[in-house]
Design a protein around this ligand. Structure first.
Ligand code: NAI
Length: 467
């Protein structure tokens, strides 16, 4: 009979593979089951990584086209080679997925290829691509099955013309007209990629704002900037159907509040209306596990579903972000090993990798107001930051929110080039329970974009200097 594992993880995405690595490091006999050919899950294969490769390449193209001349750099014959752009993306994905396989091996984790299904306590049946099954026994099962794109009634994703994030990252040609349903993170990132490469992009959003959940002031600024860059927004609008005609797609939409319908045509429609937990065929019921109406696996506090069954990442509550899943994964491995394991979801940063980037951590002004928490605010525009000026990248601002009285930092919200990196200074500060004064009195190198964070922190007590 096969040996019993200490931990068997179902899913090899950022949650699953980080859990596996940490469990391996802690000396637990571990296996990671993944149904796809490559490890890395949505993030590495059809999410964070390929999208960043396309965002980076398209940004470089746009820079060469629009910004180089002003810096005294002349270009001629500039053109997009989509095939090569896709190849460099595939290369990044390939290298990183192989890297994950290497890390599992290095930490003595068995990688089992196939789809895992829980058949009872401590039992996982794995069905390989050839249809053969095997049963794996484990003292602990960790569910890390992630999420899948949500769809809209009557709109069928074919990944050719009507696509999710997966198809949007592998279009075979630059669409002339692109319609995006959903002005969330995927919508805006993909909208920018294809708009930079030449598509006419319309974003249809149900709500009357973009990026729900993001600090209002930041979202408003983002919309203004993206509109200037060429994206068309149709807010407060609901898509009711997408009809596939021979040469184009016909989109019917109507005001969310009710009213006359209108039609638009497009070559490609990207559906980016959120994601839902992926638990299909998982056998959760066989261990007494349950989900809520949205399919979110219910846990009792620290990732526990039932005795010896745990769940992490996108399939449980909390932000659906790769780095949150990673932290969940490490925490569960530590709990299984008898250590403490905890993740503070309030301190999970969120970054939208557009240009300019949008980054946030902690609570928004709206959340603080709703909770009746009194706060002070410091804000600093990149227009007044010397490094942003030398780089000709002066859009956006940094905003720091601190509790009135204690001065404890409660949130930071930023929009600007590079803020996806700058946010972590505030994350660390908040982990240490810092006050705005702690950040304000920390020496920051000059000239750096980070000085904008310091100046915003100084602004909380009204002593911003460089303005
Ligand atoms: P999202 O939740 O960010 O945005 C979905 C948008 O679609 C919302 O604005 C919503 O109001 C809108 N919507 C919903 N139904 C609609 C309808 N019928 N018509 C028009 N609009 C509608 O979800 P998204 O962009 O699909 O991303 C999925 C997940 O992946 C998110 O959890 C996101 O955090 C994650 N992700 C994170 C990235 C990052 O961290 N940079 C990048 C890409 C995705």
């Amino acid at each position: 009979m096969a040996e019993t594992y200490d931990v068997v993880i179902i899913g090899g995405g950022p949650g699953g593979y980080n859990c596996a690595i940490r469990a391996g490091q802690l000396g637990l006999k571990t296996a990671c089951i993944e149904k796809e050919d490559t490890l890395g899950g949505t993030c590495l294969n059809v999410g964070c990584i390929p999208s960043k490769a396309l965002l980076h390449a398209s940004e470089a193209y746009e820079g060469a086209k629009n910004d180089f001349a002003a810096m005294g750099i002349k270009t001629t014959g500039l053109e997009v080679d989509l095939k090569q752009m896709m190849a460099q993306k595939a290369d990044a994905v390939d290298g990183l997925t192989k890297g994950v396989a290497f890390l599992l091996k290095k930490n003595k984790v068995d990688h089992i290829q196939g789809k895992g299904r829980i058949t009872g306590p401590g039992q996982v049946e794995v069905t390989g691509k050839d249809g053969k099954t095997q049963t794996v026994s484990a003292k602990n099962i960790v569910i890390a099955t992630g999420s899948e794109p949500s769809t809209l009634p009557g709109i069928e994703i074919d990944e050719e013309r009507i696509v999710s994030n997966t198809g949007a990252l592998s279009l075979k040609a630059i669409p002339k007209k692109l319609v995006l349903i959903g002005a969330g993170v995927i919508g805006l990132e993909m909208g920018q990629v294809w708009s930079r490469l030449g598509s006419e992009v319309t974003v249809i959003e149900y709500l009357d704002r973009i990026l729900p959940g993001t600090d209002n002031e930041v979202a408003k600024e983002a919309q203004k900037i993206f509109k200037k860059q060429g994206l068309t927004f149709k807010l407060g609008t609901k898509v009711t159907s997408v009809e596939k005609l021979k040469t184009k797609l016909k989109i019917t939409a109507e005001p969310a509040a009710g009213g006359d319908a209108e039609t638009l045509d497009a070559d490609i429609v990207i559906v980016a209306v959120g994601r839902r937990p992926y638990t299909e065929g998982l056998g959760l019921e066989n261990v007494g596990g349950t989900t809520d109406k949205r399919g979110v696996i219910q846990t009792t506090g620290h990732f526990k579903v039932a005795d010896g069954v745990w769940a992490i990442g996108d399939c449980i509550a909390g932000p659906m972000l790769a780095h949150k899943a990673e932290d969940d994964g490490a925490a569960v491995a530590e709990l299984i090993a008898g250590k403490a394991g905890h993740v503070d979801y309030n301190l999970v940063p969120g970054v939208v990798y557009t240009k300019p980037e949008i980054a946030s951590v902690g609570q928004t002004e709206e959340q603080l107001k709703e909770a009746g928490i009194k706060y002070k605010k410091g804000k600093f525009p990149f227009m007044a930051n010397s490094r942003a000026r030398t780089n000709h990248e002066t859009l956006g601002f940094v905003k720091i929110l601190a509790e009135e009285g204690t001065d404890r930092v409660l949130g930071a919200h930023m929009i600007g080039v590079g803020v996806g990196e700058l946010i972590h200074e505030v994350c660390v500060a908040m982990e240490f329970g810092a006050s705005s004064e702690d950040i304000a009195r920390t020496c920051h190198a000059h000239p750096t974009l980070s000085e904008a964070v310091r100046q915003a922190a100084m602004g909380v007590e009204g002593w911003t200097m460089q303005m």
